[in-house]
Design a protein around this ligand. Structure first.
Ligand code: ADP
Length: 414
């Protein structure tokens, strides 16, 4: 039905409802003619009669056409979905039920939460504009085929959906289902995994290639060259050590991932643990000419945790502070109990600091502000990723505050 016909239909139904007015107008017109009264009145009345006649002629056709529209909002009202809406509301996928003409008959709660409330009876193309999605819907409506595609939205945030269209009911009253499954998180994890494998392989390949080069030289041209052997062997040991550090860190990460869901079950006294970490790092700190100062309360501060893992956390943070903040000459570690329970440990250095754009990414695997700087300091780029994993298992938080030229503070809150 086009717009003009729609308007006419509206007028027709109103006029039909007021048929007695028309009748009265006609009577007045006839009387006016008979009396030879105002011709204008006669003309108006005649015009009304013509209109009424024309509309009366059109109306049955319009009504017939309306009845022949197969599935529109009327279907929504006529179709008995029974318990289906309640059931579909409980499903954590965005679901739309469509009539054969593409009209939306029903949307579940997840659909309205994700994509906003949508007026029932409107065509699905008012909601889904992506051509690929509309194509599969059209094909399902026309041919009853099950279709599936992946569809991504960039705004308001990047999301990826698996969209499936399928017929769901009998031939007599066909209904179609459009289901959107949000797979953004799964895609993100897939991408992270493949990036991780690529990064880990790259990190291992570099020292491996260098080792291989030295071995070939020592087997060939430098076979009897004692001086070359003396020069190359320490470098080879260095590369082998770097590889084993990397493998240790990778193993550590995978162990942590395996037990991520198990909460730690020991009681750890942080005062003693931090003292132990400081002692173990003294040789490194001396090499770097950095002094480590502990500021701790007299009374023991305890948390629920895994001792070995917490040693790893503070070794990483204090070692980083010594390595990357060595310019400042000192590293301070503050332990504070938190009321009613918990504790806070801050590791402060006075080094060059970290530019703010890097701070949110520091705990990503293999993320380094400067790869060359990290390598020269025997870094693997996995230290803070391990710290974050351990702290997540401990339900603790890591925060980083840094000012370029002033230094950096890493704070752990239990
Ligand atoms: P790495 O093995 O390279 O030290 P980490 O995951 O421990 O890896 O740290 C990631 C990066 O964060 C480091 O390469 C370094 O660029 C930066 N970083 C960490 N701690 C500090 C710090 N205290 N001061 C400045 N930069 C730091």
């Amino acid at each position: 039905m086009n717009r003009v016909e729609g308007i006419l239909s509206g007028i027709a139904s109103r006029m039909a409802a007021a048929w007695f007015v028309l009748l009265a107008t006609t009577a007045v017109a006839l009387l006016a003619l008979y009396d030879g009264a105002l011709p204008a009145l006669a003309v108006i009345s005649a015009w009304l009669i013509v209109c009424a006649a024309a509309i009366a002629a059109i109306r049955p056709r319009l009504a017939a056409e309306e009845e022949s529209v197969p599935d529109s909002l009327e279907t929504v009202l006529a179709f008995d979905f029974g318990d289906l809406p309640g059931l579909l509301d409980e499903i954590d996928l965005a679901i739309y039920l469509l009539a054969p003409d593409g009209t939306v008959l029903f949307q579940n709660r997840s659909a309205s939460d994700t994509f906003g409330k949508f007026p029932l009876g409107s065509h699905i193309s008012a909601r889904m504009r992506a051509p690929g999605v509309l194509d599969i819907i059209r094909d399902t409506l026309a041919n009853g085929r099950v279709n599936q595609i992946e569809y991504s939205e960039r705004l308001p945030s990047e999301r990826v959906y698996l969209v499936r269209s399928a017929p769901v009911s009998d031939a007599e009253k066909p209904v179609f289902m459009l289901v959107l499954r949000d797979v953004s998180e799964a895609r993100r994890i897939d991408r992270m995994r493949s990036d991780f494998v690529a990064n880990a392989s790259h990190e291992l390949r570099t020292p491996l290639a260098s080792l291989r080069g030295y071995i070939e030289t020592l087997q060939g041209p430098a076979k009897h060259d004692v001086k070359a052997q003396e020069r190359f062997l320490p470098i080879m040991l260095d590369q082998a050590t770097r590889m084993s550090r990397l493998v240790d860190d990778l193993m550590s990460l995978s162990r942590l991932e395996a037990k991520a869901h198990l909460p730690p079950d020991q009681t750890v006294t942080l005062n003693a643990l931090l003292g132990h970490v400081r002692d173990s790092l003294l040789p490194l700190a001396e090499d770097l000419e950095v002094s480590i100062h502990l500021f701790m309360p007299e009374e023991p501060v305890t948390v629920n945790g895994d001792k070995d893992e917490l040693v790893e956390v503070f070794e990483n943070l204090i070692e980083n502070a010594c390595k990357y903040g060595s310019e400042g000459g000192k590293v301070e570690v503050y332990l504070k109990p938190l009321s009613p329970s918990g504790a806070e440990v801050s590791v402060v250095d006075h080094g060059p600091g970290i530019p703010s754009e890097h701070v949110p990414r520091l705990t990503e695997r293999f993320y380094r502000v400067s790869v060359a700087d990290s390598r020269s300091k025997k870094g693997t780029g996995l230290g803070l990723a391990i710290v974050k994993h351990i702290l997540t298992r401990h339900r603790a938080r890591l925060s980083v505050k840094s000012e370029v030229g002033q230094g950096t503070t890493f704070t752990v809150r239990f």
